[in-house]
Write a protein that binds this ligand. Structure first.
Ligand code: GLV
Length: 314
């Protein structure tokens, strides 16, 4: 027997983080259990801590199976898959990894933007597949610097995207709940902003409040051939409308890191040569994932030691 508190690990974690956790916790690898209900029934009462990922979160049914749960620690900034209302009702704090992944996600947004404007993967395929030698130069692509950028959701990640885009001389607009003390053009919603931008980068948090925020109407209001980048959540954009707009040419290109139904995404995306796809990997570098694992564990240890949490979710 051990007197280390039990942590239910709902979302798969790198071994380095499981090893670090095991120094002070009894690690229960729910993510690898074949029969998850049986695993919960067996261990549920012993669980005081939950570790989870953005994609996995924790739902009401799982929470109900954990009567002694004290805290949910997320290995993500987004907690839209956590039943926050149920946690609040039981006074269970939730922590995330805000701060340490901001710049990494912003880097990915810029990489997707550049890839979409300049069609970098298509150029790579042109060289790799022999078209260059067989057919000559590939088609011209569009310039990115100086183009008008609209950011949906100007939180920490949105601001980091804007800072990078300034380096490309892109006039910046943003939409969000409130106007900020920042010299970018403000629009209260993406629909009002859409006609004034050449590219839209979606940075808003997921969850019910932002579901389909980038709607079919928003996409239709963009100039024809505009570019869409999403590093937020698949739920924030109306995915069927994105697909229709890529088919019609209303969207000229897209860079997508997030989707509905990850990882079994709509296979239609793979057929668009002008869409750059990423497997929800915006924060996925050694450096940032290491920092995320450290911060998640630091929150768990703070709770265990009776210290203030580092990054509680409001
Ligand atoms: C990843 O999507 C995160 O929320 O950190």
């Amino acid at each position: 027997m051990t007197d280390k508190p039990a942590v239910l690990v709902i979302g798969h974690l790198p071994q380095r983080d499981l090893d670090a956790m095991a120094r002070r916790f009894t690690v229960l690898e729910y993510f690898s259990a074949a029969d998850k209900p049986a695993f919960l029934a067996k261990h549920g009462a012993s669980v005081r801590f939950v570790s989870t990922r953005g994609e996995t979160g924790i739902n009401a049914e799982q929470l109900a199976a954990l009567p002694n749960l004290e805290i949910v620690a997320c290995y993500a900034v987004g907690t839209d898959m956590v039943d926050l209302a149920a946690c609040r009702a039981r006074k269970i704090p939730v922590t995330n990894t805000a701060g340490v992944l901001t710049d990494e996600v912003a880097d990915m947004a810029l990489a997707l933007l550049l890839s979409a404007f300049r069609q970098i993967p298509a150029g790579d395929a042109w060289v790799r597949g022999g078209d260059w030698a067989a057919k000559g130069s590939m088609a011209l692509q569009r310039r990115m610097y100086g183009k008008r950028l609209g950011i949906v959701g100007l939180g920490a990640i949105g601001r980091a995207v804007a800072k990078r885009a300034e380096g490309f001389a892109m006039p910046i607009a943003y939409s969000g709940r409130s106007k900020q003390d920042i010299p970018y053009a403000y629009y209260p919603d993406p629909l009002a902003m859409a006609p004034h931008v050449d590219a839209l980068v979606v940075c808003a948090a997921g969850g019910p409040a932002t579901r389909n925020l980038v709607s079919a109407a928003v996409i239709a209001a963009l100039p024809k051939g505009a570019i869409l980048v999403n590093v937020a959540r698949g739920t924030v954009v109306e995915e069927a409308a994105v697909i229709a707009a890529l088919r019609s040419g209303q969207l000229g290109a897209a860079g997508l890191d997030v989707f509905l139904n990850e990882p079994a995404i709509d296979p239609v995306f793979a057929g668009f040569p002008n869409v750059v796809l990423q497997p929800h990997a915006a924060s996925a570098t050694y450096e940032t994932r290491g920092a995320m694992g450290d911060l998640m564990l630091a929150n768990m240890e703070a709770w265990l030691d009776g210290r203030p949490l580092l990054t509680p979710v409001a």
